[in-house]
Design a protein around this ligand. Sequence first.
Ligand SMILES: [Zn+2]
Length: 72
Amino acid sequence: MERVKYTTKTGLTQYKPVLRGMPDEGGWCLKCGQEVDGVEPDARRYTCECCGEPKVYGLEELLMMGLVEVRG
Ligand SMILES: [Zn+2]
């Protein structure tokens, strides 16, 4: 999945996914910008296997938080 860099309120650089059409299944790590399989769409603060940070959210959850770039 494509990703876009953004800056959080606390000044951290994180990544949000770019979605085209309906959200896919699964989740996303905001910290390292990796797609994470096997995560419920409403998951929150799961620990990322890649970077170890609790920054994995389901895509529906990200949509609700406005942390998905939706295109076309
Ligand atoms: Zn990560």
